[in-house]
Design a protein around this ligand. Sequence first.
Ligand SMILES: [Cu+2]
Length: 223
Amino acid sequence: MRHATPISFFLFFLPLTVLSISINHDITVGPALSFSPNTTSASAGDTLTFHFFPGKHNVAQSSFSTPCAPSPNGFYSGFIVPDSGEDATKFVVTVNDTQPIWFYCSEVMHCQLGMVGVVNPPISGDTLASYALAASKTTDSTTPANVAGGVFSSVNGPPSASTSTSASPPTSTTTSTGTETKTSGTSTPTQSTSAGVVLVSGNVFLNGMSAVVAVAAIWAGLI
Ligand SMILES: [Cu+2]
């Protein structure tokens, strides 16, 4: 029986390896001159889904030191301007690492008036408040030339009608690169907040279960 313990360990930890779960973080763009939430904590592999509301808005990545101007190789959604309610087109960005991601809306004066946000702000040092303050002192904003760094996800109907039961990776959604081509029509399941929450709970549950089972395996092996 002693030799069974390492195998048990492998088997019980295997699900954790398979269930390396990425989480989606929803961020609304407008209708006020703000992103909500304006601060998000994300892990590598997670996605950010930007939801657009009325007002002329977009989301563009910048660096902390150059607010209201795009950073090289940063993402940019292009303007997505619904007549009312949330636009069917969402912009999905995959988070590659846990470095800070600063972003802004490039419409005239929106960045200066505080339409800025951050993902993974540093624990100390640069803050969103200081970024916003620096943004308020700039005289104009720069709109990137091309859509970049993300994919468009489009679903029919309001977000509440998106009753996805599984979290699809962004690669399964309709994509376009280089040009601001909006897609529409097909009902593509997208990662919703609820799915993310469910997955988080599931992950925590599995972690807990595996820990319990692993401890049981150790105990059984030692007898
Ligand atoms: Cu805006």
